[in-house]
Design a protein around this ligand. Sequence first.
Ligand code: AMP
Length: 568
Amino acid sequence: MKYIKLAEFYKEVSSTTKRLEKTAILAKFLKGLTEEDKDILYLLEGGIYPEYDERKIGISGQLALKAIAKATGTPNSKLVKEWKAIGDIGLVAEKFTLHKKQTTLGSTKVTTKKVIDNLRKLPELVGAGTVNKKIALITELLTSAEPIEALYLVRTLIGDLRIGVQEGTIREALALAYFKGDKESAETIQRAIDKSNDLGLVFVIARKKKLTDLKKINLQLGKPIKAMLAQKAKTIEEGFKNVGKPCMIEYKYDGFRLLIHKDKDKVTLFTRMLENVTKQFPEVTEYVNKYVKSDSCILDSEAVGFNKKTKEYTDFQAISQRIRRKHNIEELQKKLPVEVNVFDILYYNGKSELDTPFEKRAKLVRKILKDHPYKIISSKTMISSDVKKVEKFYKQALKDNQEGIMMKALDAEYKPGRRVGHMLKIKPSERDLDLVITGAEYGKGKRKGWMSSFILSCKGDKKGEYLEIGKVGTGIAEKDNDITFESLTKMLTPLIIKEKGNEVKLKPKIIVAVTYQEIQKSPNYESKWALRFPRFTALRNDKPLSEIADLKEVQEDFLKQKRNYRYG
Ligand code: AMP
């Protein structure tokens, strides 16, 4: 297929924000595809491979700009200026391709296959000369591109497609294109996506119009599955109302999510961002092999750090370095040990357990796992319908340095990637928000040259909207976190969109957790809220942008603070 056809589809589907219209446009487009067009499904998601695959395009704005300069014969400085003015590098590419088109008409037509082929070479490149080779691969595509193709090519490159098509829309459109668009077919497609994490594969099977074949797709060991996410409850009473009585109450551990795949003695570990972190945690492989009795399984867990001497649990921030560390792993392992707390099982001896009621799954975990404190244990739980008992349990969780509790419905299934109402979290820390950095100011005096004050934003009501809510400059470079002004500046510089005086606007990407003293209403910030005395506590590189705080969460925290609702 010609890439222009895909680009025109992108444009059409972006022209409406209505979900039903988007679904219909996508269904029509899907109907026109053949089996060979499978890879287009990955492009629709903004990638080049199935979601479980770690190979990503990973091109920075700066690099894309260099390729645009080369392909269009425009000086880099002119493009940078334009980029700062428009704020969208895709539009810059479109504009300058249009200029060029007047002189070099009649170039070759780009196919989607050519685009995929070139993009797939990008993550493979390593070593000397990589940058130039990358630029050459991109330039080759851009040179033959029409303006509209350049727009979407560049947006794809920098991972910002902006067509408003999510997995849910794709599911509905597949159901509409190849089945009757009914609930059963949509659910079957969703389960197939959940289990395979591979839209291309689901597309190929769905095209054959056989629901029974889609049902045959199973979970695969070694391929990451998206974690099921929790909603919030304000009170235990509210929790019971939503998940039913009795329900499972569990410690909410303050660590990071770890999905463990065991295939005989081969263990693979994934974070909730689907990153393979097996190498970073060699001790976990050892624990699983020693203490989990099963031929094969997939476990869901939270890894928590603890102090080797005092055996006290530490918070997420203390062990977060271990996720990123690629060298001297043993040394860090000794310094920052983790205990794995297993709370769910998704697959057991060749069979998916996603549809098994939670209570049974929890029992299965306890059947196959032999607890070894400070190594691997099943999560601390109780089944209860009694608010008083739950309150006591909650207080104990906080005393044990954990974040709070989870309330889970006993009969619920496991829904990968969904934020479900049958698994709720309750934590007292209403004064803690995950926000994204969208701007910064360079410092003066001893902080000259470094960004030293950071603008924080929460999610707005519209898609892709981030609204300023405060500025943070404290909490950085303090003893417990490994973040300094220097490292933050390095991390943020490639994300600069606009510069004015000593202020910069940044592409929303870096997520941080902040605590604050109070939320106030404020006309000064776009969000109409302001955080008083925000303080940086940790980088949240384990969270995607879609999961930062939104206006609703901010408002809820504001209301909670008014009522001064607290446990502990
Ligand atoms: P949050 O990160 O605040 O959205 O809270 C949800 C996260 O809590 C999950 O993604 C897990 O990483 C973590 N968590 C800790 N303990 C549990 C538990 N017992 N059950 C489920 N999730 C847990």
